[in-house]
Design a protein around this ligand. Sequence first.
Ligand code: ADP
Ligand code: MG
Length: 664
Amino acid sequence: YSARYFDILEKRKNLPVWVHKEEFLQTLKENQIVLLVGETGSGKTTQIPQFVLEAVLNENPSSGPKGKKWLVGCTQPRRVAAMSVSRRVAEEMDVEIGEEVGYTVRFEDCSSSKTVLKYLTDGMLLREAMADPLLGRYKVIVLDEAHERTLASDLLLGLLKQTLISRPDLKLVVMSANLEADKFHKYFIGVPLIKVPGRLHPVEILYTREPERDYLEAAISTVIQIHMCEPPGDVLVFLTGEEEIEDACRKIISKLGDQVKVVPLYSTLPPAMQQKIFDPTPQAVRKIIVSTNIAETSLTIDGIVYVVDPGFSKQKLYHPDTRVESLLVSPISQASADQRAGRAGRTQPGKCFRLYTQKSFNELEKQSYAEILRSNLANTVLTLKRLGVKNLVRFDLMDAPAPETLARALDDLYHLGALDDDCNLTKTGEMMSEFPLDPQMAKMLIVSPQFNCSNEILSISAMLSVSNCFIRPRGEAQKAADEAKSSFAHIDGDHLTLLNVFHAFLQNNQDSDWCYEKFINYRAMKSAVSVREQLVRIMSRFQIKLCSPGFNSQDYYVNIRKALLAGYFMQVAHLERTGHYLTFRDKDDQVVHLHPSNCLDHKPEWVVYNEYVFTSRNFIRTVTYIRGEWLVDVAPHYYKLANFPNSEAKRVLQKHYKKRKLSE
Ligand code: ADP
Ligand code: MG
């Protein structure tokens, strides 16, 4: 081992979990499931899996199933955490990442046959369970951050409860920062709980007297004030997403210049940049980390003394009426606010600046709702069906979703052709479940060869799966950015514009300078290329044909638009005589507006859209022009059966049905 190894080892031994090492291992030896609760930063994520690994290797010196090595798996709700923590642990163990210690996240696998400790997102472990329901290679699974109650981790808990019965030799450790102890105890009756007391210093909490109008500006000026008036100590600012964070970083740098080191942290940041948050700063320089929720409990950064908490995060919300799921900047819960404040007291007494009033704090929800209660369940149902769960209602979940939500999900999947009349998974449904995508996108890919354009649909799907590729700076450069964007614009729709960007990126040899000139996000484009490669692999596994209409063919774009509709036929809107668009789903319609980012040159009668955005108004974003008669072609049953209240669009559709009948 290197000298650095022993250096780090000394530090590790000081982490609170080390005091409980023997107790923990003994408890794990005697029980199949163990719950462990410990304050953020106590060493759960980095140390516990190593303890477990040591025990597993001691007890199973020979290799595991089919001559392969036994695995210890540790799940994380966030890909950044899985990547960053596994790197740290590889360093602690003095090995190369991807060898003994590895990680697997959606669209990226950094593990090998040598791997014995693997960090992976909870979603990835669910996928592995689809292929191997008994999770045969795992000896111990550590389910981390259980308090986050992500959809995938809730499903994993339900699934593992069953798996543990069929696999008495498999063990489960459930870890969490602050557990709703009652809930977990009810769910895991009689399971031992180990508590690791944290070492938190007092944190002084300061509220604003009046509500802030613009939390971003307020956050920036608070940082500047801290830097000017407060003694040394690093600052952690919580914001909601990439654009906001980059914007804030630029503004802080322009105000404070070289006196500070400003580091952004969000999920799409490349790993090398993510590591920067851990770099030590020179004595006189203050580090300012501007982060999403990732820094709330997933990643612990030492040396933070000041926390700036505007009180918001991006959260998934589900609108049962429209069945649309959307990410929305929403107020956090009291539990989250307290976690955030706690980040200021890790190494010394600290301060937390809450950019809201004490009264608003009191009005926040105590805990955030489990994600399963805020989700469109179509994907979940597909996953559960694929996992062989027969009776969804009886599946043991900590929080059961509303029966209507479940029923609607079943209905959607039926219309997408994933389930048959008896609610069993069809061949198409089985294929759909193999794509790490929403069911509609999966369906679109599967049927795309029928429209002779699977290559194009692959590129569009890849572009839709990564973050927004268009950079739109505020201020002077904005006009130039908009002009650059308009050079890619396709007047028939944003999906086609995305396709143009993708093609242009390839034609320009994936050049980063080109991206810079064109205000295109280079990282997003690189991810799109890699996502596409992986989708191609899944397509070829099912022998789904890769094809393109000839570019000169008259129907090139028509085919692509039809294929889009074949997946997303439930997401269309109709332009009413009032001049408004109405979404078009059974029993409910909503007035929506085309998002200002759209590239259309006119307001078509019908559009298909990719997502809903709720801000000051209801927007549909990424929209493409389609024709009403195509609806009758691609989803005849859906549109015939649905009982639409929207009479105007209904009449139009009936006309199309009639025409179709006549032509038959
Ligand atoms: P918990 O899971 O209980 O919140 P962790 O195991 O994540 O705690 O963190 C334990 C310690 O390891 C913390 O002091 C943290 O700062 C340190 N640590 C974690 N990741 C890194 C990293 N990439 N580089 C340096 N230190 C790290
Ligand atoms: Mg942790």
